[in-house]
Design a protein around this ligand. Structure first.
Ligand SMILES: [Zn+2]
Length: 274
């Protein structure tokens, strides 16, 4: 979700910080033009009804003003089922140890999302798709395993042959490189401002935890590691703990929500205040 805050400009009592929340996650407002601030927020998949967002501005005098907005969410369409015939080993229940491993790995991914709020947004240009190839499975589509509808697909799949390049969607710091049961060889990039992108099923990873990667940098190679039927790239994104459609980051474009170097952002104040 894109949020725009307009606050009356007062030269006598300037704005020193802007912060807010939506769906339990902090918002990182960035200065745009005089009196205008932009933020992005995540909406949990399958949430219906309404969400309340809030923003508070603090002025130099210490005076604060808070705005609250109720957003009515569109009805979530039922998943479009994609038939997928797989070996029966994919539909057998997993043993307790494997289930515990998957839960631990999911928790690590959520924790990386939460920590991405601790640094200001690092990007200065739009998000890129990690591959230019065809998308073979959209975000949110239903999953049919041998005729039975299971969960929604919480990422975007790109076509790819073994060893083809996978690129970082934007500037960020590598937060995790590991081998997960479902996702195989993974790279998670913390872009700051609550945003994380993740790249699954890689045959090879080309970066290490702590590396700062450039937008478009090659970070791994397409593979078929983890629980998959063939080589492809599964691309996922989070806003904090919320899984979001990574193509929505691409759709933000190049100018609407980027770190500005021409004027100090309030984000560091905002996170310090939490
Ligand atoms: Zn996928």
């Amino acid at each position: 979700m894109r949020l725009t805050l307009r606050a009356p400009v007062s030269h006598a009592d300037s704005i020193v910080s802007v912060h807010g929340t939506l769906a339990g996650e902090p918002l990182h407002f960035m200065y745009s033009t005089a009196g205008t601030w932009h933020a992005i927020g995540g909406v949990p998949v399958d949430s219906e009804g309404s969400l309340v967002g809030s923003a508070t501005i603090e002025r130099a005098s210490g005076k604060t003003e808070t705005a609250r907005v109720r957003f009515v969410l569109p009805k979530v369409p039922p998943p479009v089922a994609q038939p997928l015939a797989v070996d029966s080993s994919f539909t057998k229940p997993l043993d307790a140890a494997t289930t515990a491993r998957i839960n631990r790995e999911n928790e690590r991914a959520r924790e990386i999302g939460r920590r991405a709020h601790d640094r200001p947004p690092m990007w200065t240009a739009s998000f890129l798709k990690p591959r230019t190839s065809v998308i073979t499975s959209e975000f949110g589509s239903g999953r049919l395993f041998n005729g039975a509808l299971t969960t929604r697909h919480l990422g975007v799949d790109f076509r790819g042959a073994m060893g083809e390049p996978v690129r970082a969607a934007n500037r960020g710091v590598v937060a995790l490189v590991d081998n997960f049961f479902l996702a195989g060889n993974v790279v998670y990039i913390d872009h700051g401002g609550g945003v994380v992108t993740a790249y699954f099923h890689l045959s090879k990873t080309l970066v290490a935890v702590g590396d700062t990667v450039k937008r478009g940098q090659e970070i791994g190679l397409v593979g078929n590691t983890g629980r998959v039927t063939g080589p492809h790239l599964h691309w996922a994104a989070r806003y904090g703990a919320i899984t979001v459609n990574p193509l929505d980051l691409v759709a933000l474009g190049g100018h609407w929500y980027v770190s500005s170097t021409s004027r100090p952002s309030t984000t560091s104040r905002t996170s310090a205040a939490r």
